[in-house]
Design a protein around this ligand. Structure first.
Ligand code: EPU
Length: 427
């Protein structure tokens, strides 16, 4: 197990390239299970969550060929096992994404119930209810969701009573091979859901209106292989932009898509950043000024993503003035706050809001990463702390940020990874 050591006082300057989106790659890889033909997925990020899904595919008998540049060919005609075991699901909840595809293509699936999570209770009742509405027989037995269907799933009108990203994705994938039309109402509009739908269309699925809150799917008997490049990671993009904004820096973020980041860019402008954008790049320049505190509230796309609020909290901790960050998606996504307080940040949690009073500098301290985005926010805090910040449990960061220390080093940050023998992997 490793830990990260970050030297404070950095000024983030230079260029960085953004990797493919984790939250697109995972559902798109799950979708490849629905065809006997090879599917080549390009721009896959090199992340621990991707390794976990490859491990899951290996257990199911799926054949994978990974090229050096992370183009992955998936051949699932050899699949002989339809189970996602607890060991894998407990390390990555997104394993639930194989439920819809396996059921739609093979009429059976067994997926461990994900259980608790550091950021909230995260139930999967809407995935299950949607599939039941399509004719699946589902029972929960010994900690597993055991699903089967005789023949094909049936198209249905499905209203998702809470907006759910992976819930929409599971139903969308299952609907592509169902008999008749499925209408998903109150569907998630996240770019990663859109990306999945685009890949499914390339595989021969008939989908309309994706990217809106009502998606129409006309089931087909069979899907085909294709080659598909996944979209850039908007949260990784936002994290590097915030790093530059917090350190009075200047950054050119390449291979990204500014269109996916409107809500984030608006807040960075409010914080005082000068922004310029092209089709696939964003330049942020703080002109050596300290950022101003911002207030925001997380909500489903196109509003502010929950996956970036911890990073904005880090920015507020050293910004001029005070700000309020309100979390509305997950009930326990403030685990970074206590750690930042240990670094001297003036933060108060009131209900589902963190109220910040910015100070000029934080003080380095040993801190503990509790989940993926909390880890990112602690790295950001480390950039503006006096001294060396040591972050334990870095396996969280490796789930979602490709080569983070290499990318930060290129941007002038003193950061290194050292092995740590005393880590306790409990979350
Ligand atoms: N919910 C239910 N019932 C369900 C499903 C969800 O009540 O059956 C609730 C959840 O408890 C939560 C809300 O709906 O309060 C939204 O959760 P959602 O299902 O959208 O989350 P998810 O699909 O499990 C994905 C991302 C998360 C991201 C959320 C919200 C993937 C693999 N994960 O999770 O990403 O935070 O959407 O945008 O796409 C991350 O990358 O760090 C991460 C956690």
């Amino acid at each position: 197990m490793d830990r990260l050591i970050i030297n404070g006082g950095a000024c983030v300057k230079g260029e960085v390239s953004i990797s493919g989106a984790k939250n697109s790659a995972l559902p798109i890889l799950a979708a490849t299970l629905m065809t006997d033909e090879p599917v080549v997925v390009c721009n896959i990020p090199h992340l621990h969550d991707i390794t976990t899904i490859f491990e899951l595919f290996g257990c199911m008998g799926v054949k994978l060929t990974v090229s050096e540049n992370m183009e992955v060919e998936v051949k699932s005609d050899s699949i002989n096992h339809f189970k996602a075991s607890y060991d894998l699901v407990k390390t990555m909840r997104a394993s639930i994404l194989v439920l819809g595809p396996l059921l739609a293509k093979y009429g059976q699936a067994e997926v461990s119930l994900p259980g608790g999570c550091a950021i909230g209770s995260r139930p999967i009742d809407l995935h299950v209810r949607g599939l039941e509405k399509m004719g699946a027989e589902i029972k929960i037995d010994s900690g597993y969701i055991k699903a089967k269907v005789k023949g094909r799933l049936k198209g249905a009108k499905i209203f998702m009573d809470t907006l759910t990203v992976t819930g929409t994705e599971n139903i969308l994938m299952a609907a592509t091979l169902a008999e008749g039309e499925t209408i998903i109402k109150n569907a998630a509009r996240e770019p990663e859901v859109y990306d999945l739908a685009e890949c499914l269309i390339k595989m021969g699925a008939k989908i309309r209106n994706h990217g809106t809150d009502t998606i129409y799917v006309e089931g087909v008997k069979k899907l085909n292989g294709c080659r598909y490049k996944i979209l850039p990671d908007r949260i990784e993009t936002g994290t590097y932009l915030i790093a530059a904004a917090m350190t009075n820096g200047k950054i050119l973020v390449k291979d990204t898509s500014p269109l996916l980041l409107e809500s984030i860019l608006v807040k960075l402008k409010e914080a005082g950043a000068k922004l310029r954008c092209g089709n696939d790049w964003i330049e942020l320049n703080m002109e050596n000024k300290r950022p101003k505190a911002i207030s925001l509230q997380t909500a489903p796309y196109p509003a502010m993503p929950t996956d970036i609020q911890a990073q904005f909290t880090a920015l507020n901790s050293i910004a001029e003035g005070s700000g309020k960050i309100t979390e509305t998606i997950f009930e326990n996504r403030f685990m970074h706050v206590q750690e930042m307080k240990r670094m001297g940040a003036l933060l108060d949690i009131v209900g589902n809001t963190v109220i910040t009073k910015g100070i000029k500098k934080l003080a380095a301290a040993p801190v503990m990463a509790t989940d993926l985005r909390a880890s990112a926010s602690l790295i950001l805090a480390g950039l503006v702390a006096e001294g060396s910040t040591i972050i334990d449990r870095t396996y969280h960061i490796d789930r979602g940020y490709e080569r983070i220390e290499e990318k930060l080093q290129q941007l002038g940050v003193g950061i290194r990874r050292v092995p740590s023998s005393k880590l306790d992997k409990t979350s």
